[in-house]
Design a protein around this ligand. Structure first.
Ligand SMILES: NC(=O)c1ccc[n+]([C@@H]2O[C@H](COP(=O)([O-])OP(=O)(O)OC[C@H]3O[C@@H](n4cnc5c(N)ncnc54)[C@H](OP(=O)(O)O)[C@@H]3O)[C@@H](O)[C@H]2O)c1
Length: 246
């Protein structure tokens, strides 16, 4: 079996580093034309140029998913090409203990991690439905399933993404558009770099596979969910957590 995404266009948010960058790279290697989106335009343009030089197809797109113009920007992209595969990946943390959490930290995390998926997906889904083919992959987190102290805002956003995934999957399954979530565990990226050595060791002890994940661990799961071969899978949450949460 070979995953062939040629002829498909993918939009990956948060493609400037970490998990989003890995997903963009692997989708492009499987033949998709990839729109690599993030605020750091220079970085996504570098990634797209590297992919293009390697014989793949990609473009860097500057996109702030919390911008008031996000729907207009997505509409403009859709006028240039269809989007067959949407990966809602961009996300942020603003951790604090609940009693200390500022309303701004709550709102910022919900706006980036959850509201953006609503706005972007609503624009993209219209065309997927017309095309009778589409894949939406939402990057949640095991924290949305198991909770984590200091992350009430982040956990709420990631649990929200799971509810969103399941409800949308039921609404648009009859149009051959699948909607799935991936729940990564602890993956080595800028988001987890601040973990002190001691907490990293404790954490690794809780993971069945005894190591933190790498971005490609998540990217391979995303590529599979984007494939033709995953066409009978919808409304699921795929844990990529090394057994941290089962
Ligand atoms: N790392 C983990 O352990 C882990 C575990 C579970 C789930 N996740 C989830 O996986 C996803 C990726 O995480 P990561 O670890 O790869 O994080 P990361 O290295 O911090 O990367 C986050 C990405 O999101 C983009 N982004 C943030 N705010 C944005 C905005 N307003 N508009 C557009 N892009 C924005 C960033 O790009 P710019 O700054 O260039 O805009 C960057 O590309 C997130 O949804 C995260 O919650 C991560």
């Amino acid at each position: 079996m070979r995953i062939d995404l040629s002829g498909k266009t993918a939009l990956v948010t948060g493609a400037s580093r970490g998990i989003g960058e890995a997903i963009a790279r692997r989708l492009a290697e499987c033949g998709a034309y990839v729109l690599c989106a993030a605020r750091s335009v220079q970085r996504v343009e570098e990634i797209a140029a590297e992919l293009t030089n390697a014989g793949h197809r990609a473009t860097g797109v500057q996109l702030d998913i919390t911008g008031d113009d996000v729907r207009e920007r997505i509409k403009a992209l859709l006028e240039q090409q269809p989007i067959d595969i949407l990966v809602n990946n961009a996300g942020v943390t603003e951790d604090d203990l609940f009693l200390r959490m500022k309303p701004e930290a709550w709102t910022a995390v919900l706006r980036t991690n959850l509201d953006s998926a609503f706005h972007i997906s609503q624009e993209v889904v219209k065309k997927m439905i017309r095309a009778r083919w589409g894949r939406i992959i939402n990057i949640s987190s095991v924290v949305g399933l198991m909770g984590n102290p200091g992350q009430t805002n982040y956990a709420a956003s990631k649990a929200g993404i799971i509810g969103f995934t399941k409800a949308l999957a039921l609404e648009i399954g009859s149009r051959n558009v699948t909607v799935n979530a991936i729940a990564p565990g602890f993956i080595q990226t800028a988001m987890t770099v601040s973990l002190a050595d001691e907490s990293r060791k404790t954490l690794e002890g809780r993971i069945a596979l005894k190591r933190l994940g790498v971005p490609d661990d998540v990217a391979y799961a995303a590529v599979f969910l984007a494939s033709e071969q995953a066409g009978y899978i919808t409304g699921t949450v795929l844990n990529v957590s090394g057994g941290l949460y089962t």
